[in-house]
Design a protein around this ligand. Structure first.
Ligand code: PLP
Length: 485
């Protein structure tokens, strides 16, 4: 019986029986229901292509299907499973439909989902090496493997000064890079003087990272782009020189290898020159396009990796590994660990004190961390380098075929070069016609695609990358656009 301490006031004695009935699912029940759920997911994948890609529900519909209050007593599993079909599936936009061409993909695969299942079942917190050596060492090893798979330079390898870590997202990778850069530039004491840069085409996560790190709007500059929408190195150099002349400290530049709007590539090697002069950290956001490097013929996406301070890409976009999984490498882990390491007494352990292990809590924002390497490990071992390259190559080829179709069509035109798996196009009659086609295509339920603005004109983005997208899906998209033209 627990007696409340006086300072907290009197609370009734705790009298619940400690050895009463258990409400837990037994391992046997888990085995049975789990098998049913694996089957449910497999059937979902088999049938997803026939579902309207964009969810058709009105705001509030999902909540209206749910009881206002939680159940007092546990429910039977058949009822819970039935609600997946009744409530959840209609309220989904089907990112795993082969007719999903919106945003960038977030593709999944059997091996990755099984890895996720094992990770959840093991339920380890891999915050320190000591809290689960396998979680840490497998991650370090798989991130080294990824360098081989992608043809990225050895400077990011764990055996030297660098190393890789899995972040939840490219947004977090950019934030961590910025914090490492801030550390290298003198830490938070210098904050008021620091200046960061990215191109006007950079992902919004870069600006968010700058805000989170406490930079004022005037400390984060968006640099102009050239005709191919790549950052202009002359404009970057001028902005950095200008800031330095005014007493500022240029400390951080984000180059994008494959922008979100049009897959433009910043000239990383040329951007490195002013970075070197000013001692600024050069981070490369290759969130989407970086995965293309699994195909040796697309390794142009890695250009400049040998001079970058850090690099990230998202297997959770285009490498058949379900969200969340961002690979983030640094050439020198010192400033990153210095920026993020705090060792309270309750986390002290012999391995950490020995200095001979990696504690990934010092490489990320939160303390706790999931065993994400498992799913990436399963994916790499299932597909092999050959399988990954085969499927990425196929996506690029399908995007190329769609771009050729647009090019031949009298009512549509390409709005940017198709460098990999993203096709940017528009209606020749201008924005209202492009908008009409976009809205009608999405309302049809047959495909889902999104838009951007290029040169202040509305542009449709067709992004090929869902795991099960085949030529017939792209051809069906062509038929639909033809009918809407
Ligand atoms: N960077 C680029 C170039 C992107 O295209 C995206 C998302 O599409 C991101 C960053 C953000 O990715 P995440 O959701 O992993 O933060």
């Amino acid at each position: 019986m627990v007696k409340a301490v006086a300072a907290l006031g009197e609370v009734p004695p705790y009298t619940a029986p400690v050895d009463g009935p258990s409400y837990h699912m037994t391992p046997d029940e888990f085995r049975r229901v789990g098998a049913e759920l694996v089957d449910w997911v497999a059937r979902y994948w088999e049938g997803v292509e026939d579902l309207p890609v964009l969810s058709q529900v009105e705001p509030g519909w999902v909540r209206d299907q749910l009881p206002p209050h939680p159940p007092q007593t546990g429910e039977a599993w058949p009822e819970i499973l039935a609600d997946l079909d009744r409530v959840v599936v209609p309220g989904l936009t089907h990112w795993q439909s082969p007719n999903f061409f919106a945003y960038f993909p977030a593709n999944v695969s059997g091996p990755s989902v099984l890895g996720e299942l094992v990770s959840a079942g093991l339920g380890v917190q891999g915050m320190s090496w000591a809290t689960s050596p396998a979680a840490t060492e497998l991650e370090t090893h798989v991130l080294d493997w990824m360098l081989d798979l992608l043809g990225l330079p050895d400077r990011f390898r764990s055996g030297g000064r660098g190393g890789g870590v899995i972040q939840d997202s490219a947004s977090s990778a950019t934030l961590c890079a910025l914090l490492a850069a801030r550390e290298r530039a003198g830490g938070a004491q210098r904050l008021a003087d620091l200046r960061a840069y990215a191109s006007v085409e950079a992902h919004s996560s870069v600006e968010k990272a700058a805000r989170i790190a406490g930079l004022r709007p005037d400390q984060f500059r968006l640099v102009g782009v050239d005709g191919s929408r790549a950052m202009d190195p002359g404009a970057l150099a001028a902005a950095m020189d200008d800031d330095a002349a005014g007493g500022g400290v240029p400390f951080f530049v984000v180059a994008t290898a494959g922008t979100t709007s049009t897959t433009a590539f910043d000239p990383v090697a040329a951007l490195a020159e002013p970075c070197r002069r000013h001692g600024a950290w050069l981070h490369v956001d290759a969130a989407m396009a970086g995965s293309a490097a699994v195909c040796p013929e697309f390794r142009f996406v890695n250009t400049g990796a040998d001079v970058a301070d850090s690099w990230c890409l998202n297997p959770h976009k285009w490498l058949f590994t379900n969200f969340d999984c961002d690979c983030f490498w640094v050439a020198d882990r010192g400033p990153l660990v210095a920026a993020l390491s705090i060792l309270p007494e309750y986390l002290r352990n012999q391995a950490t004190e020995s200095g001979s292990v990696v504690d990934y809590r010092d490489w990320q924002i939160p303390l706790g961390r999931r065993f994400r390497a498992l799913k990436l490990w399963f994916v790499i071992r299932h597909y092999g380098a050959e399988g990954l390259a085969h499927h990425v190559r196929r996506h690029v080829a399908l995007a190329g075929e769609f771009a050729d179709w647009v090019d031949r069509h009298s009512r549509f035109e390409l709005a940017a070069p198709t460098r990999l798996n993203l096709v940017c196009f528009r209606h020749v009659d201008g924005d209202p016609a492009s908008r009409r086609v976009l809205d009608a295509a999405n309302a049809s339920g047959r495909i889902h695609l999104t838009h951007t603005r290029v040169d202040d004109r509305l542009v449709l983005r067709l992004s090929v990358g869902q795991t099960w997208t085949e030529r017939r899906h792209v051809e069906a998209a062509c038929d639909l656009f033809d009918a809407l033209a």
